[in-house]
Design a protein around this ligand. Structure first.
Ligand code: HEM
Length: 458
């Protein structure tokens, strides 16, 4: 086992001394954008360059980030590239909505992701985690791709929390369509990077539409069955995300979600919530496999705290949570948040012209030389006790910040804590000797060739 002490740093591309030329840059961006960052990005508060898609400013100064995502956020809109990449099928949901429509949806959906509501999902999360533990128990001393298992369990959590009474008539067909769909949207299309207009057919997109149709029509039929159930017995309907969406309304205007918005938000929660959380779980388990000290600390904690009531469990396992926070720092599942400037502004002392693309890259920010001590080292102590209070609110952004902060952050952290806790309680996962996972950005930041680990029962 590699077993690195906290002084050693887990695998990551070494920043380039100089920026790539335009052709190589496109190739690297299509292949693995993490390998394009330069030393300047990790050292300077702002780096501005002219690319084929226009002027791009990479901003890493906390005060400037606060201005873009919080104080002056009206001046910065989600940009076309991000929306184009993410919006296949998600148009109309919270992630891609803008303006008044976004405000109405956000207000209507907020109670669903509030702390108390999320706590009610603890049992569903624990059931899915125990299902995973049972699967792993059957594979004792075998090699398992933990990245695949993590994706499976996070999809299961969403399935159990959105559709608690099941996927209806053909669950396997729906799961297959969903898998194909998310695998296809998970790839950044080089045409999108080049800014090729929408009317040019994208090879990947052709495969996407039929899969999306299967999935959408399945969701439609689940929605109509549920509507009938609610109409027949309003109090007897399952208390899950679907019932919530069907009853959701903006508390200020009383406006309900349209049928299309309900469907788009189901897709959005699955798209935004499953792979991100799966990556967070995979990287945390990898890091735990490399540090004997933290493995022991986490296992002692879960031995002590698991077994009681599931409510509040995630809040009790603080050392496990510190490992998750550190994994989200070193390998943030969403590596870059982007916006486009509508009007003039000034950021970190530099004038910003309208149309400039602003990139706030958690991957860069979380390893920035001016903001972190030993930025590339694994050390969950940063997130424990008083040390946590010293972290600038705008220097650690795995879930973004400001009005468009991830609505599912509490959900994701509770889920990751319960799943990792359950695994560590029963098993020790060892990285396959000689294998080093490599971080690659394909919309989310995942281990390039999966995460093969040997399952050892404790
Ligand atoms: C570790 C897991 C997750 C990470 C790292 C993550 C990260 C993010 C980030 C960085 C944003 C902000 C993007 C921006 O400002 O441009 C975001 C937004 C969002 N996330 Fe998450 N997310 C995670 C899990 C989830 C889950 C579990 C759900 C739902 C079940 C979810 C639903 C959303 C939605 C709907 C938005 C858009 C919010 C809005 O614009 O109002 N996310 N997420």
């Amino acid at each position: 086992m590699l077993d690195f002490p906290t002084e050693l740093s887990p695998p990551a591309p070494i920043p380039r001394a100089r920026a790539l030329g335009p052709v190589s840059l496109l190739r690297v961006l299509a292949d693995n954008p993490l390998e394009a960052w330069t030393t300047a990005h990790f050292e300077q508060p702002i780096v501005i360059s002219g690319l084929s898609i226009g002027r791009v400013a990479v901003v890493s100064e906390p005060a400037a980030i606060r201005r873009v995502l919080f104080d002056n956020c009206e001046n910065y809109q989600k940009d076309w590239l991000q929306r184009r990449v993410l919006s296949a099928g998600l148009i109309g949901g919270l992630l891609t909505a803008e303006g008044q429509n976004w405000r109405t949806q956000r207000r209507a959906l907020a109670p669903l992701f509030a702390r108390k509501a999320v706590m009610n999902f603890s049992t569903a999360m624990l059931d899915a985690a125990n299902g995973l533990a049972e699967r792993l128990a059957q594979r004792e001393d075998e090699v398992v791709d933990v990245a695949v298992e993590a994706t499976r369990v996070t999809l299961e959590v969403l399935e159990r929390t959105i559709f608690s009474d099941g996927l209806g008539r053909a669950p396997e067909d729906i799961r297959l369509a969903m898998k194909g769909y998310f695998e296809t949207i998970g790839r950044i299309d080089p045409f999108d990077m080049l800014g090729v207009p929408d009317f040019v057919p994208r090879p990947g997109r052709r495969k996407l539409r039929p899969m999306l149709r299967v999935f959408e029509s399945a969701v439609d039929s689940i929605i109509s069955t549920r509507r009938e159930r609610i109409a027949a017995d309003p109090d007897g309907a399952p208390r899950d995300i679907l019932t919530f969406l069907l009853n959701a309304a903006d508390p200020e205007t009383g406006e309900a979600l349209s049928e299309a918005e309900i469907r788009a938000n189901i897709l959005t929660f699955i798209a935004a919530g499953h792979e991100t959380t799966a990556n967070c779980i995979s990287w945390s388990l990898f890091l735990l496999s490399q540090s004997g000290e933290w493995r022991e600390r986490v296992q002692a904690e879960v031995d002590r705290e698991f077994g009681g009531a599931p409510d509040g469990l995630a809040d009790r396992i603080v050392e496990t949570r510190a490992v998750i926070d550190e994994a989200n720092r070193l390998y943030p599942p969403i590596t870059a948040i982007s916006r486009v400037a509508l009007g003039r502004d000034e950021l970190a002392g530099e004038p910003i012209k309208p149309g400039t693309m602003i990139v706030i890259a958690p991957y860069v920010l979380h390893r920035h030389r001016a903001l972190w001590e030993k930025p590339d080292n694994f050390d969950p102590n940063r997130f424990l006790g008083d040390a946590r209070e010293t972290i600038d609110r705008f220097a650690y952004l795995p879930f973004g910040v400001g009005p468009r902060i991830c609505i599912g952050a509490t959900f994701a952290l509770q889920e990751a804590s319960i799943i990792i806790g359950t695994i560590m309680r029963h098993f020790t996962l060892e990285l396959v000797p000689g294998f080093t996972p490599w971080p690659v950005q394909k919309v989310t930041l995942r281990p390039k060739s999966g995460l093969p680990m040997i399952v050892r029962r404790r």
